[in-house]
Ligand binder design. Structure first.
Ligand code: 5AD
Ligand code: SF4
Length: 544
């Protein structure tokens, strides 16, 4: 860092894990750009290097920690660089990271990201004054929610400054060449479900719902700036429920509020006595109707419980809401689901699936499964395979159980399924899902689909295709998939346009050589002429 804190410092920011992290990174980027920071692609020369980390599985943490080693070398070479670990790993491992990785300068949990710019500025000042060793205490170098992360049991979350980060979002006009036509909008932060294997309720804290007006306004402004597709984000989006009048600021504006939890769904009387609420179905409907120039509305992730007919009705009646549902089943064994504390049985999951198809015959359903959860027997695993055979899942992300510190499962159960068995089950389930995915995709042959065009690809040199690995799998599907799937498609020559249907199926369209940039971000009809487990091949119905 040769410049003084007042000249434009450069930042390298790398994101691991889920869409929620991608959104956090985008907001952090916006906040820092406003302060004069410049983002670059090269970690070797950046003044500030930030890793936005994920703790969901051990593998994700290993990846991030190996990056820290590389930056350590820059520091040993005498370079002055600010290294920050942000996101769930910072929150979970806490200040212990400073001891184990002395090269790390600052830590910031996902619930405190509004404080990140200050942390960076302070660290840069301190470095400018004191050469190498920063003079700041560990406390001054970290912003972690700690036990505060599940602090509030009241409805009001008025001390929740994090909302400012969402509200500070920059709405720059979309530049066609950036391909940034899709955006995420947070509706709920945190999680109250406490699945026994999961770190999220600890790292991201209690479920907090954003006021519907703020969400609709954010969607409107994004659509105004040229965004074509918005994905609403929450750990359990269908549990969104905002109670009006219970969290209001001094200026009368509504504030984010801690969610009512499952009781609100089990006993609707809790909320019905004269209180006005906005449910998830109503929120979807408002966005659809009040932002008519937004072409696609999607949401991630759904919880298989309490996915009411009201949501399905809104989806059926609102053409611009995508009929795509990511609702992880996690296991097909009732015994394991109970140990996971998922709160539903396989029978209830199947009822949910049947209800989805009754309302939305063309819907696509995707999910996640964990294999090798403690005590999982061959019989439990066979039950999972049976569920995958029974439901026409478009795709499933399959994870080997990883015991995570801070979760209930690590204290309550021994991680007793051998790694070899986990790997075998993982591969068997992947193979089975590949068959199902092929069938699901093949059903579309001969039909017309609407494709949101996202990428142009020119193949000059044939490339090797590679098979999917757990490493590659994004935590939840999204446009990141498009790139991954590109890398896995068979080598071929020519120019292709790549996009997605409203059911999140990847579509490849062969086109003549030329400049297709202007077509990105537009939606076109195409007739499906071929299918594979990962994508559809289609011909444009009219000129693109
Ligand atoms: N081990 C393996 N997979 C996990 N997931 C969450 N926690 C764990 C864990 N400890 C998976 C679940 C979840 C997805 C985001 O990650 O399938 O839906
Ligand atoms: Fe984790 Fe369960 Fe919450 Fe999903 S619903 S974030 S798996 S605790």
């Amino acid at each position: 860092m040769s410049d003084s804190p007042s000249t434009a410092p450069t930042v390298y920011l790398e994101t691991f894990g889920c869409q929620m992290n991608e959104l956090d990174s985008e907001l952090v980027r916006g906040a820092l750009v406003t302060l004069g920071y410049r983002f670059i692609e090269d970690w070797k020369t950046a003044d500030v290097v930030l890793y936005n980390t994920c703790s969901v599985r051990e593998q994700a943490e290993h990846k991030a920690y190996s990056r820290l080693g590389l930056i350590g070398q820059r520091k040993r070479d005498g370079e002055s660089v600010v290294l920050g670990v942000i996101g769930c790993m910072a929150e979970r491992d806490g200040k212990d990271i400073f001891r184990r990785y002395p090269q790390v300068d600052l830590l910031c949990g996902p619930g405190e990201l509004d404080r990140l710019p200050n942390l960076i500025e302070n660290m840069r000042r301190s470095m400018a004054l004191g050469e190498d060793a920063p003079r700041l205490s560990k406390d001054a170098r970290s912003a972690l929610a700690g036990n505060k992360s599940r602090r509030s049991s009241t409805l009001a979350a008025a001390d929740d400054n994090l909302e400012l980060l969402d509200l500070s979002r920059a709405f720059e006009p979309v530049d066609a060449t950036t391909e940034r036509r899709s955006a995420y909008v947070r509706i709920t932060r945190g999680c109250n479900k406490f699945c026994t294997y999961c770190v999220v309720p600890n790292t991201r804290g209690a479920e907090v719902h954003r006021p519907p007006d703020s969400i609709v306004e954010e969607c409107r402004r994004l659509a105004d700036s040229g965004v074509v597709e918005i994905t609403l984000l929450g750990q359990t989006v269908n549990h969104y429920r905002y109670v009006h009048g219970s969290a209001v600021g001094s200026d009368g504006a509504e504030l984010p509020q801690v969610g009512p939890g499952l009781n609100a769904f089990r006993n609707t009387a809790v909320l019905s006595a004269g209180v006005r609420t906005t449910t998830f179905a109503e929120l979807l409907s408002r966005i659809h109707d009040e932002v008519p120039h937004l072409q696609r509305i999607r949401f991630l992730t759904s919880y298989p419980r309490d996915f009411g007919a009201d949501v399905l009705e809104v989806m059926r009646d609102s053409p611009r809401i995508c009929n795509y549902i990511h609702a992880p089943a996690q296991s097909g064994s009732d015994r394991i689901l109970k140990l996971m504390n998922r709160g539903y049985t396989v029978g209830e999951y199947l009822e949910f699936v049947d209800r989805v198809f009754a309302y939305l015959p063309d819907a696509t359903i995707a999910g996640d499964f964990i294999v090798g959860f403690p005590t999982e027997t061959d019989e439990d695993f066979e039950a999972t395979c049976a569920l995958v055979r029974r439901v026409p899942f478009k795709n499933n992300y399959i994870f080997k159980y990883s015991a995570r510190p801070g979760t209930v499962a690590i204290d309550r159960f021994t991680d007793d399924v051998p790694l070899e068995t986990k790997k075998l089950r993982n591969n068997r389930l992947l193979d089975l899902q590949t068959e199902i995915s092929r069938e699901v995709h093949e059903r579309w042959i001969g039909r017309e689909v609407e494709v949101l065009l996202e990428k142009v690809r020119v193949h000059n040199t044939p490339r090797e295709s590679s098979s999917p690995s757990e490493d590659d799998a994004p935590i939840h599907p999204g446009s990141k998939n498009v790139q991954l799937l590109w890398n896995r498609t068979k080598p071929r020559q020519g120019t292709q346009l790549l996009g997605r249907t409203q059911g999140d199926m990847i579509v490849v369209i062969d086109v003549p050589a030329g400049d297709w940039t202007a077509s990105l971000g537009t939606i076109h009809r195409a007739k499906v002429v071929g299918a594979s487990p990962l994508l559809l091949h289609a011909n444009a119905v009219s000129a693109i």
